[in-house]
Ligand binder design. Structure first.
Ligand code: UT7
Length: 354
């Protein structure tokens, strides 16, 4: 034993550390909010730049129109608007929030986290605040972490936001992404409950397939760059690229299995569900998953993509809010959530509707 080892072994203080988990317990979604950008963009506005048709986009993706945010509809502004509705819905004030999590891939600053700005503008300081980069699974990742925080006693109320301004990083001339990606924000307040209202998360990653959905280059250090020096003929390099058909096949084949594992983990069956709220990636993926899971007719299926497009991290809470607004779900209903996308990453859980 070296002299160094002898000084490192054995505690000098034997005082026990207090266990935060004695303060924690089950959690549930207490409220949901949404913000949909003002500008509605029909397929007709997209098709010329990608040599497509309204019919092709409708039949291949289920999208008829999407929302694009304007300059004042920033990632922070959309997050705040969605959060205010979620907090009203939950009856939870900013001062009661212990943590703010923002799931996004389109906040164009690596640091600081937009979550801190959102917390401050909501008046939620000094809540803990951080961003999560898990693309279209980001909101479900956030809900899983929030549930664990409430259970472990490190937070009582957590605000989870999914927000994207994908129009900033989508190439309007790219045939596989221009018609699909869109903008918006959704938010949920997670807080204490008498009975578990958020089931165990089934989550994971397949990083060997990281290149199926990706930005082409690292963020440039001197602003957004172009592939060559001729601005007329060059194309920006920070934009999203997607091997659409490979992602489509992965999602259609693998994600129903993940969804089934989330049902099993929660101890419920497809027949027990009232709603199915998958990431709004493509209507055909949603239909395939519903078939594979053998969802009975009474289960409401989220189809927010039709008029909202694919908003990555925002799509699950936006779809949840629409089901509530359309009267397709009631408080206490059982819903299966699943997010999946760039990474590749995924997460699914069963929740009770607020
Ligand atoms: O949110 C993150 C996760 N993302 C997803 O889950 C998205 C998954 N992928 C998809 O949703 C689909 O792959 C797309 C909707 C993006 C594309 O649909 P697809 O059925 O996979 O089309 P494809 O790429 O296999 O192309 C089929 C045909 C091709 O023509 P040929 O070779 O059959 O003659 C393409 O050239 O459609 C053609 N095509 C288009 N035609 C009109 C491809 N893009 C377009 C377009 N407009 N925009």
């Amino acid at each position: 034993m070296s002299p160094d080892d002898s000084t490192r072994r054995g505690p000098r203080s034997s005082v026990a550390i207090a266990d935060a988990s004695t303060r924690g317990g089950p959690s549930r979604l207490l409220g949901i909010g949404a913000y949909r950008p003002r500008r509605e963009v029909p397929n007709a506005e997209i098709i010329e730049a990608i040599d497509s048709t309204d019919e092709w986009i409708r039949t291949r993706s289920g999208i008829t129109s999407r929302r694009f945010a304007g300059p004042d509809e920033t990632v922070a502004a959309m997050s705040i608007a969605a959060s205010k509705q979620a907090m009203d819905d939950a009856g939870v004030s900013a001062g009661e929030l212990d943590c703010v999590i923002v799931a996004t891939i389109s906040h164009l600053l690596q640091t600081p986290a937009v979550a801190a700005q959102v917390a401050a503008e909501l008046g939620a300081t000094p809540a803990a605040a951080f961003d999560v980069s898990a693309a279209c699974a980001g909101f479900c990742y956030g809900v899983a972490m929030a549930a664990d925080m409430v259970r472990a006693g490190s937070a009582r109320h957590v605000l989870v936001i999914g927000v994207e301004k994908l129009s900033d990083i989508t190439d309007p001339h790219d045939r596989s992404t221009a018609f699909i990606f869109a903008d918006g924000a959704g938010a949920a307040v997670v807080g204490p409950a008498d009975e578990p209202g958020i089931g165990p998360v089934v989550w994971g990653s397949e990083g060997e397939r990281f290149d199926l959905i990706r930005q082409e280059t690292y963020w440039p250090v001197d602003g957004f760059g172009t592939e060559d020096d001729d601005p007329e003929n060059s194309k920006p390099t920070h934009l999203l690229r997607m091997e659409g058909n490979s992602v489509f096949r992965w999602a259609s084949f693998e994600m129903p299995k993940v969804a089934q594992r989330a049902l099993d983990a929660a101890g419920v069956t497809a027949a027990d569900l009232d709603a199915f709220v998958p990431h709004q990636a493509n209507m055909r993926i949603t239909d395939t998953m519903a078939r594979q899971l053998k969802l009975p007719d009474h289960v409401a299926i989220a189809r927010d993509i039709a008029e909202q497009g694919n908003t990555s991290g925002a799509s699950v809470p936006l779809a949840l809010r629409r089901l509530m607004d359309d009267g397709e779900t009631r408080s206490g209903d059982l819903a299966l959530l699943i997010g999946f996308g760039a990474g590749l990453v995924y997460a699914a859980q069963v929740v009770r509707m607020p």
